[in-house]
Design a protein. Sequence first.
Length: 109
Amino acid sequence: MKNLIAFVYLFWALIIPLQAQTLIVNTVSKLPFLSLEKDNAKANLIAFVGGKGLRNDEGRTKNFLGSQKEKFFKANFNYYLYPNPNSRKKAGYHYRASEKNVDRIKSLV
């Protein structure tokens, strides 16, 4: 229980100062997007996690693009962490190159 409380505290301590939000885009995923946004951003970055992709509601990943989100945000970029379609779907190369995934990306942008 102590570990869970420590994790939740650490997660919110790191995320809240960065104005993180979660966005639900039903045409793209049943999982939320983690987003960091500011009005004066230079550009919007959509991070695609490799390997199995992002399959959790919290935006947790050890992937470089996911772990560096604070640096992108502090450099005046809006940041969006692109999730898999749902928690069971893996996003391997075959799926990422599929027309179905391309349609998901098109519906987002």
